[in-house]
Structures are given as C-alpha cells and as structure tokens.
Design a protein around this ligand. Sequence first.
Ligand SMILES: Cc1ncc(COP(=O)(O)O)c(C=O)c1O
Length: 508
Amino acid sequence: MIATAIEPPALHYEVKREHSMPHDMRKALCEFSQQYPAFNALSVIVDSLRQKDYNRLDASQTVYLDYTGSSLYGTSQISLHTALLTNTVYGNPHSDNPASALSSHAVEEARKDVLKYFNADPEEYAVIFTPNATGALRLVGESYPFVRESTLLLTFDCHNSVNGIREFARSKGSNIRYIPIKRSNLRLDVMVVSGYLDKMSAGVPNLFAYPAESNFSGVQHPLEFIAQAQQKGWDVLLDAAAFVPANKLDLSLWHPDFVTISFYKMFGYPTGVGCLIAKHSALSKLKRPWFAGGTVDAVSVNGDGYYYHEDCSAFEDGTLNFLSIAAVPIGLQHIRRVGITAIHDRVAMLTDWLLKKLSSLRHSNGVPVLRLYGPSNVRMRGGIVSMNFQDPDGIVIDPGIVEHEAAEAHISIRAGCFCNPGSIETINNLSVKDLYQFFHHTEPMSFEDYVAFFPGKTMGAVRVSLGIASNFADVYAFVRFAETFIDRYMQELERSCHNMKSTCRSSC
Ligand SMILES: Cc1ncc(COP(=O)(O)O)c(C=O)c1O
C-alpha cells in the first residue's frame, strides 16, 4: 500500500513493433533452452498452434498472462463450432422432433466425452451441465443434506464460490470449520488436515471441500486427501476449476464424490458452460430445494406433487445451453491434440523459470523487488504466480497500479484478491478479532472501508498465470516488465514529489 497521497506515476512504455527477437531475449531463450532441454520437443505442436490458432496474440502484440481468469480458445475451435451450427438444425431439447433430437444427441455426446476425457466410469459418475463451476458448487451446496450435527470442512484457500457453501450449512445449524494454510508457502499441513478430518460426528452427512489447485498460489493439494477423508466418512467435493486446464485429473485413480469445473478455464470457449461430475451414489444423497422445467417427470398443480427425472437431468434446471454444450467436445479435442501432459510440462518449465527470475530481482539495497507468495518451486504447484511489488523500504505498491502499468505494456495480468480471501488473510496475518469486528458491522461496508480498516496491509496481489498457448516470449516480457517497472516507478514518484514541493512553494 502506498503510504503517501501522491498521484500514482504515469509510466510510459514503448511498445515493441519489430518482429525480430531482441538480442537480450535471444540470449535469455538460449539459456532457457539449456536449462530446460525438453521444452523444445514439447513445443512443436504449441508453436504451430500459436501461429495458426492463437495468431491474434502476436498480431496484436498481446502478452496474455491470465489463463486462470480464462484460458484462450483456438480459432479452429470457433471454425468447427460455426460449421456445426451452420450445418445443423438444433432445436430446444426435451422433445422428439428432429431438431430437438439433434440437440439432445449433442448434449448426450458431450456428457459421454466429458466422462471419457476424465477417465470416469459411467457406472460410477454422471455429468451435470451447469452455467459454470460456481453453478456446480451451488448445486451441491443447496442440495447437500446438512443437519445440525453435520460439519462442512473447507480449506483457507477456497474460492468464494466454495466459501459460499457455508451459508447453506449455516442455515441448517451445521458446524463450519476451516483448515489453515501455512503462511510460509500457503500449503496445507498433512498432519493438521488429518486432525480436522477426525473432528466430525459419525452417522450424519459431512462435507469436505477443497481446491485441487489454489487459484491464488497455484499450490496443488494432495489428491490423497480424497480417500483419506472418505475412509473417515466424509463426502468430498474437489474444486478442480483451476487444476484441470493444465493437469490431468484421472477419475479412475481418484474418486471424489463431486468435481466442479468451468469449461472456458480449460479451453477458452464456450463461456457459460461448466459441469458437476458426481458419483451416482453422491447424487442420490442430494435433496434439491425446488423443481423446475427440465428436472421433473411429472408435476401436478391440483395434486401438489412432483416426481424428478431419474437421471442427471433432475439437476439441470430449465433449458440447457445446448448450442454451447455442442462446442465442449471440440474444446476437449483441442486439448487432446496438444496433450494435457505436454501442456502441463511446458507450463511447469515456464513457471519454474519465471519463479527463479522473479525471486532473484533485488533493489540496490538488497531488498527483494517482489514478495512472491506460495512455494518457491514447481513441485505440486501449477502455473500461477501471485506476488506484490515492493519499494526499497519494503512498502508494497498498490497491485492496481502494477496491473495498469502492465496493461500499458500490453501485458494482461490480474490484480485483486481473486475471490480468495483466506489466502489474503493468511499472507497478511490478519487477526481474527479485527476481521470479526469489521465483518459484523450493522451497516453495509465497502471494499474501500475494508482496506482502510487494515492500514499498512495490502488486500490484494498481482497474479500471473500460464496456460495452453503460453510461450517463452510471454514470461520473458513479464520479467522485463518487472525489472524495469520499479525503477521507473521510483523515478516518477521522486519527480511527482519534486513537482509537488515546487507547486507548494510557488503558491505559498
Ligand atoms: C478455484 C476456482 N474455483 C471456482 C471458480 C469459479 O469459477 P466460475 O467463476 O467460472 O464459476 C474459480 C474461478 O476463478 C476458481 O479459480
């Protein structure tokens, strides 16, 4: 947080127009290739895709580093979907007319393909289409049969769409517990998790929800927690939204009760479609709070009753986004073409290089330029790097300024708390007492009030995230930005101070 009232400096970046690779970058690429000899072989498909399917990135000189916000679609996905829509007469499903049957068929094919992609046995799992991961999480939250003795167990680094499930648990008087993450590396302590898993009442429904990958730190929590929790009697919800875009989730190896996903985070297009992959046995425990068109076999007005469909459509409210769902197999095929292992390994190498470079940046007085959050290497860590810039006195620079200045340099990064308040509270070591006091005001409070309540703390960070089309030039551009940003920032700050002093003197 900037401790002065001085206007943030306006920095000026020269956008590189030449297409040839600058000398410094060529040298860095050479070192990178020596450090990561496997990278080039893995990149054959991505390099050609980058020219064909992601040409818009280089054509617009955009450095895209917000894959956890949304992945990018390949233009071939759009062409294939357009061709499908152009040549097929899709109607509203739920009927036997030919146009309706084509849509129903497309939806069922997409369901099968999602199961196949995740290696999920159709005898064990069902796919329920939702508008996004949040829709899938809500579906579980609102239908989970919480009772007073139940426990909802979450981790501190859950996304708000998982945190929100606690309000359904609270309405039933259930216990709500959070497992803390370690401040040093934002990981969970395995022994602590085990202790929390022991704290529950047997014989009632208990739900443990955690992210396979934190969208704040990139930490990948052990999938072994799934079986460990289930053996103790928990149902397990794995929020896989940030994990699956660059990692293989094999549901023949891991057997969570519920998995939540947004497809645009995996392959960029379509937006507006996600899914809940759920065990049939887990679905049968859910009690929906209402019924809607599409979910019921029979309803009576006079008889005041209804019967749900027996299959997963009992969980799909109203008309599905059937045109977009038809694009899901195209997206899955796009990932298969590149190979999820290749995506994972490339992202890991680029992230490793990025972490090493960023952690080595120092001010002339030896103070690190960046506070990097999370583990220092890529072991069980995805392609997400969250950080804050700090000046030579260790004062954190407003992440919003960094995001703005990166935008000037055509770099798309994200600033904020990324809907992950528990991670922000952990890095800032905020006291429970203070947080409780702030969040129990009777009148509504704004984010500005929140920031003002914790002076000297930064309630956000800057996030860089990598994905399917990331290449060396992208991470190099961010490292160059980081190297030069702080110097320019300090120079501009000094200039602003100087101008302010002379204005003050002349007006006095
Ligand atoms: C880990 C995680 N879970 C859930 C969500 C919610 O996804 P959506 O906004 O697509 O519903 C996000 C979104 O960023 C996420 O990163």
